[in-house]
Design a protein. Sequence first.
Length: 391
Amino acid sequence: MRRLPLLLVSLAHFCVDSYATMLAPVLPLVIDRLGLSLASAGILGTIVSACNLSQPLLGIWADRMRRRWLVVGGLGLAAVFTPLMGIAPTYYTLVAALTIGGFGVAAFHPQVFSLAGELSGDRRAFGIALFIFGGTMGLGVTPLWMPYYAEQIGLDLLPLVTIPGILFLLAVWRWIPLDNPHLSDGAAAVSLSGLGPAAGGLAIITAVVVLRSVTGLGFGFFLAVLSKEQGMGAAAIGIPLAIYNISGVVGALLFGYLADQVKPKPLVWGSLAMSAPALYAFLHTDGSMSYVALAIGGGLLLSSNSILVALAQDLAPKQSGLASSLPLGFSWGLASLALGPIGWFADRIGIAETLSWLVLLPLVTAVVALFLPPGGGRGGSRRVERVESES
């Protein structure tokens, strides 16, 4: 494991995912300022995430590049355009800024996950878990500072947070090896049709991530709205979302480590099955115990991220950019299409009742996860090394 380069790309991941999640913590303020319905607000979340539907095409393109230009290009787009949401005067200019920033986030991920897997050596699941730790910490910390920033400094000065992204872009350009080792002698990586035996396994992995992400995205996106409905102030509404996301960091790191030691499949379906009652308990209890249930449920629901990415890379090591894109942005983009309908139901039956039904979906997802292909973890990474050496 090349620790320092992995640390730097993890920090860049922190930065990009911070931009990717800036909208949700201040969503109640955006709703009030522009007079939006919850369905319209849900469409904003769909726009941000649906950009990730382009990730398989970006992954194919990435696997054909001699250098990983999308890592720096995606970081630049996310850093420059997403903070413009703070000064967007209308709904449509907000949509434009979020769309371009969303495409930057989508472009960044396929190549950087492939890069993180290579920097992890023979501990691919744990190395990717550390990399995801960086990104998910961005998801966890942003709900803490964004409401404070909006209240104390002002959304109109949000473009100032472009500066850290540009600094990380320069650091990655200078110190990270961006050459693509899987592209030799000008030979282009094969396309989707060339996945061959890996296609079935990748389809199941994608189905699991889509179903899980409908719950994960929907619950996280509307959690701040629920908090405001329950009477929390503007500076406090991001706290439950921070707990939810940070617990996902801990869960992904722990389960990524365990996946190098034991069979990963039971970790996936078991965590999904146990997340449903914990999240349901959060919605139907009060006080400190509700936050304990939220932390447990969020940690379990989000814990299988690195396992599923490592498993996808094991199935298609020569197309790791494409393989990484399927359980990442593409699946999240498909899942985000549910945000509008979730908001529509919330407008009619209430946000708490809607989320109570939504958190039961992981039980179905756990059943689908029983059909995942075997592999992943350290053994899977060794198989990748054998494939690469034989070719």
